[in-house]
Design a binder for this molecule. Structure first.
Ligand SMILES: C[S@@+](CC[C@H](N)C(=O)[O-])C[C@H]1O[C@@H](n2cnc3c(N)ncnc32)[C@H](O)[C@@H]1O
Length: 354
């Protein structure tokens, strides 16, 4: 069944296609970007899978941008990318915000108060977090926090005074635990409001397993978030070390190592500045890709194997030839983002010369 907003909403692009056809199109797009056939593993679920959705609140409407009109906001009545429970939580927060007279933030003019309502969900374990992002720290949102406290495992008030249209900010107040926990295979992973977590836990289990099966010796996970790849790889590695620039994520990575009884080291810092001799480097950078500085540092460290996980096939195609002395021995796709144009690719690069 199609979402009632499909066609107008900028969130989903391909709900009208049979899912197999969508995966075939993603394989064709990867072949074009990367110049070879890349098998894409379909997601076990094609709807209600997402662990995070950021809904913009502007002109008193709460939702996503309209397709082809980034300035137009669609007031959503449903969203099939998250679970029905997660979207109900968002609608309750919107109704309460309106009833309490909280003004929406008009991002084109930089005026107003409530900017975003974000839901983070661990759909396998059924835990949820609601994040209310305001413009500034005037405590007008407190009555909404009081109400929402009973609806979710965690309710977070965050604020940003940035003029840009951002959906994240600094945490001002937390109600409840401040984190939620998801299960990825045998792993228990906790994450907070500002730590990255993979979008689709069912498919992440396969993605982590694929990478874990390919590690050799001492492993460095350079964009580790709350530690998923490093902890999944640990049983096959001689040692694992994870690095992430977000301190909150590193705090959760350390807690997750303990929670799972796994020996691992996690450090907060910049990936390029942290390179050292190791056998395997796992790379899962943000959408923009690695950039020349990080690539040079990795090539200088000369690991035997590089596992480059990319959510941006164009950036991957640009950067793969920038690893002299390495050959891409395997490319595999994982559809982490059904019903959207995005797809994840893992490139295994093996050192051919020293
Ligand atoms: C796509 S996420 C990968 C997260 C993780 N691999 C996982 O499976 O959950 C990218 C991560 O890179 C981190 N990051 C961004 N820039 C960084 C940098 N310069 N150095 C280290 N980490 C960085 C972000 O905080 C984020 O956690």
């Amino acid at each position: 069944m199609l979402c009632r907003h499909f066609g107008i909403c900028g969130g989903c692009a391909t709900q009208d296609l049979p899912y197999g056809e969508e995966v075939a199109r993603k394989e064709a797009a990867l072949a074009e970007a990367l110049g070879r056939h890349v098998l894409v593993v379909p997601s076990p679920r094609d709807l209600h899978y997402r662990t995070r959705m950021d809904y913009v609140f502007a002109w008193n409407k709460l939702g996503l941008r309209k397709r082809g009109d980034p300035r137009g906001v669609l007031d959503l009545e449903e969203c099939l990318l998250v679970s029905p429970e997660a979207f109900t939580l968002v609608l309750r927060a919107k109704e309460a915000a309106k009833r309490l007279g909280l003004k929406s933030y008009v991002y084109t003019a930089g005026v107003g108060y409530l900017r975003y309502i974000t839901v983070r969900e661990a759909p396998v374990s059924g835990e949820r977090m609601l994040i209310l992002l305001t413009n500034g720290t005037e405590p007008l949102v407190r009555p909404l926090l009081d109400e929402a406290e009973g609806w979710a495992d965690s309710v977070v008030w965050a604020s940003s005074g940035r003029r840009a249209d951002v959906s994240t900010g600094d945490v001002v107040e937390t109600r409840g635990r401040g984190w939620i926990e998801e299960r990825i295979g045998a792993l228990r992973l906790r994450f907070g409001p500002n730590s990255f977590f993979q979008a689709n836990p069912w498919q992440t289990e396969r993605l982590y397993a694929h990478v874990a099966e390919r590690v050799l010796g001492d492993v460095l996970d350079l964009f580790c978030g709350v530690g998923g790849f490093a902890l999944a790889a640990a049983p096959r590695a001689a040692s694992v070390t994870g690095v992430d620039v977000v301190e909150e994520a590193i705090g959760f990575a350390r807690a997750n190592a303990e929670l799972n009884g796994i020996a691992a080291r996690f450090e907060a810092g910049d990936a390029a500045g942290f390179l050292r001799a190791c056998d395997t480097v796992i790379l899962d950078p943000p959408r923009g890709g690695l950039g020349g500085r990080a690539i040079h540092a990795i090539v200088r460290a000369a690991p035997r194997r590089i596992l480059y996980v990319s959510c941006n096939p164009k950036a991957l195609a640009t950067e793969l030839p920038m690893f002299p002395g390495y050959e891409a021995t395997e490319l595999k796709g994982f559809d982490l983002f059904p019903r959207t144009p995005h797809v994840e690719v893992v490139a295994t690069l093996d050192r051919t010369s020293r």
